[in-house]
Design a protein around this ligand. Structure first.
Ligand code: UD1
Ligand code: MG
Length: 471
């Protein structure tokens, strides 16, 4: 059977108060319109046409060239929008799925249910509506049925009578039509209504008037939610996030506080990992098993090995190995590859560097653009000076190097294997393996200097047990 899809995405998104189309806003790491397109592809519908308006460029840049586009120059309603797809649909038999572009909760399952419902409605069924019972149906089109429960028509909120306003079954704006009948009904709708628009919803009454039947699949209201403003965006985001989190919990991940944990749709997490409050896991992040992540941690497009702990830190575009200790307050910037059992501690920043196994940078250190071997010790306050004002060049620090506290390792030196850097050094030349590098001025002690200074001020300096009584 020939199945086509028309997605309406040309609206002005007035209620969003944005320069962008509402359908390009992200929900759980994926653009709203991409959720819709993925659901259609997952339901087996490859023939998709998008009705776009002045924001077409940003929609095209998300969906690419696997789908077709039709420009609706003037937004004259949902019926007018689908009419623009007529050249695409003409001559086709089979079914057409019509979806709004603003409903990221639509699933392949819902679409498949509607496609299958066609066969279950006896007689000459022209369309299947996807509907839901809303606690508060304000703003939605209402499904009007006869006393036997047959669908009669859809009435927009603004056009409802007192009686119709009481109906809680709403139109989700998702439909499946027999393609030739959709085209025939679209040719006959008018704009004689409260909004002076061509309503797609009017096609239902027209088809029933023609003697056809219209069926309905009643879904969970949450699966049909549309996004018209930023309040609905936050509501849908919370529902989607809750679903993603529940999927992970069912897979064996402990999530202490679902309300403060945000996980993008593509993230993978291994068994027995615990996610602590205030954590955001983004992009295609993969977290191993038996990890502890959080509190207050953001991991974006990164891979984290098993048994690793990341506390109050940010990791972006990097790979962290097994059994590592990251944080608190570490910043792992893009392009780091950190091997197993590494410690990156408090206020340590690492960028575009390779760090060998068992290496430790426990406090207040910066490692940039560098290649660091195994079992290296960074003393507190070590800085790889990787920027000469023009280029970023790192250093090479070989296995087992010990760097004393408060040292500067100026690019692009090589610290040879097993070498030792004295605390407080500024190292500007290579240090050969097994050597001690000292790059600081020699200490000088001046005996009796304090008392001398007092004498020069004409004072007599007396050493007391309790010095404070003197000053
Ligand atoms: C629509 C339905 C309503 C339903 C509700 C569900 C109509 C007349 N009403 O109302 O019954 O309960 O959805 O959310 O269909 N669009 C265009 N071109 C236009 C107008 C709209 O492409 O000229 C697109 C919008 O970008 C949007 C979709 O169509 O993605 C729906 O439009 P919207 O304005 O959100 O319709 P609702 O008022 O929500
Ligand atoms: Mg809407």
């Amino acid at each position: 059977m020939e199945i086509s899809a028309v997605v309406m995405a040309a609206g002005k998104s007035t209620r969003m108060k944005s320069k962008h189309s509402k359908v390009v806003f992200q929900v759980s790491g994926k653009a709203i319109i991409q959720w819709v397109s993925d659901a259609l592809f997952d339901a087996g519908c490859k023939d998709q046409v998008y009705i776009v308006g002045e924001t077409q460029a940003e929609i095209r840049s998300i969906l690419g060239e696997n789908v077709a586009y039709v420009l609706q120059e003037e937004q004259r309603g949902t019926g007018h929008a689908v009419m623009q797809a007529a050249p695409f649909l003409e001559g086709r038999d089979g079914l057409t799925i019509v979806l709004p572009g603003d409903c990221p909760m639509v699933s392949a399952e819902t679409i498949t249910k509607a496609l299958n419902a066609f066969e279950s409605v006896d007689g000459n069924c022209a369309a299947i509506l996807i509907t839901a019972e809303a606690d508060d149906p304000t703003g939605y089109g209402r499904i009007v049925r006869d006393k036997d429960g047959n669908v009669l028509k859809i009435v927009e909120h603004k056009d409802c009578t007192e009686e119709e306003l009481k109906i809680r079954e709403i139109n989700s704006s998702m439909y499946v039509f027999k393609t030739p009948l959709l085209l025939s009904a679209l040719g006959r709708i008018g704009a004689n209504n409260a909004q002076k628009e061509y309503y797609l919803t009017d096609t239902i009454g027209i088809l029933i008037g023609d003697g056809y039947k219209v069926g309905a699949v009643v879904c969970d209201f949450d699966d049909t939610r549309g996004i018209n403003d930023r309040i609905q965006l936050a509501q849908v985001q919370a529902i989607m996030n809750r679903r993603i989190i529940e999927r992970h919990m069912k897979n064996g991940v402990t999530i202490i506080d679902p309300a403060s944990t945000w996980i993008h749709h593509a993230v993978e997490i291994g068994q027995d990992t615990t996610i602590l409050p205030g954590t955001t896991l983004m992009g295609n992040t993969v977290i191993g098993s038996d990890c502890i992540i959080g509190e207050n941690t953001r991991i974006d497009c990164s891979e984290i090995g098993d048994e690793t702990t990341i506390d109050n830190s940010i990791v972006t575009g990097s790979r962290v190995g097994k059994d590592c200790r990251i944080g608190p307050f570490s910043h792992i910037r893009p392009d780091c590859v950190i091997d197993d059992q590494v410690t990156i501690g408090a206020y340590v920043e690492v960028k575009a560097s390779v760090i060998g196994a068992h290496t430790r940078a426990r406090h207040l250190t910066y490692i940039g653009d560098s290649k660091v071997g195994k079992n290296v010790n960074f003393g507190c306050g070590t800085v790889t000076c990787n920027f000469d004002g023009q280029d970023k060049v790192g250093c090479t620090i070989e296995d087992n190097v010990f760097i004393g506290g408060n040292s500067n390792i100026v690019s692009a030196v090589v610290l040879g294997k097993d070498s030792y850097i004295a605390a407080g050094s500024t190292i500007t030349n290579d240090v050969e393996p097994l050597a001690l590098g000292i790059g600081r001025s020699k200490q000088v002690n001046r005996p009796n200097w304090v008392a001398e200074k007092a004498r020069m001020r004409g004072q007599n300096y007396i050493v007391l047990d309790d010095r404070r009584s003197e000053f």
